[in-house]
Design a protein around this ligand. Structure first.
Ligand code: AMP
Ligand code: ZN
Length: 113
């Protein structure tokens, strides 16, 4: 999608601090970290949010979930972490390209704000 910042990051048109990349997904450090480790995991395919995924995305979503443990290990999150998806207005989604926040290296609080 031409006007999407994460599509531009995925295409290498906007720089990012990459942690992991393959043909289907990209993981990079969040610009405004909310924990000592805060990265975003995105599909390279433009999907607006978790609310619009379809059966066609099943394999890709499963792939992302399976990659989390590898990325977490690479970032040294052996003590645990939080995986977050913000969806829509009430979920405070600010970038309309599906992404999962992976946060770690501090004790999280519950419930989230
Ligand atoms: P959300 O509010 O769940 O949509 O999360 C969007 C996240 O993207 C926020 O945590 C932002 O700090 C982050 N973000 C926005 N632009 C960039 C960028 N160019 N590089 C890295 N992270 C970004
Ligand atoms: Zn996009």
């Amino acid at each position: 999608m031409t006007d999407c910042i994460f599509c531009k990051i995925a295409a290498g048109e906007i720089p990012s601090n990459k942690v992991y990349e393959d043909d289907r997904i990209l993981c990079f450090h969040d610009l405004d970290p909310q924990a000592p480790v805060h990265v975003l995991i995105i599909p390279k395919k433009h999907i607006e949010s978790i609310d619009v995924v379809t059966e066609d995305d099943k394999e890709l979503l499963g792939y992302i979930m399976i990659k989390v443990q590898e990325i977490a290990a690479k970032l040294g999150l052996e003590n645990g972490y939080r995986l977050v998806n913000n969806c829509g207005e009430d979920g405070l989604q600010t970038v309309q390209h599906l992404h999962f926040h992976l946060l770690g290296k501090r004790k999280m609080t519950w419930p989230p704000g």
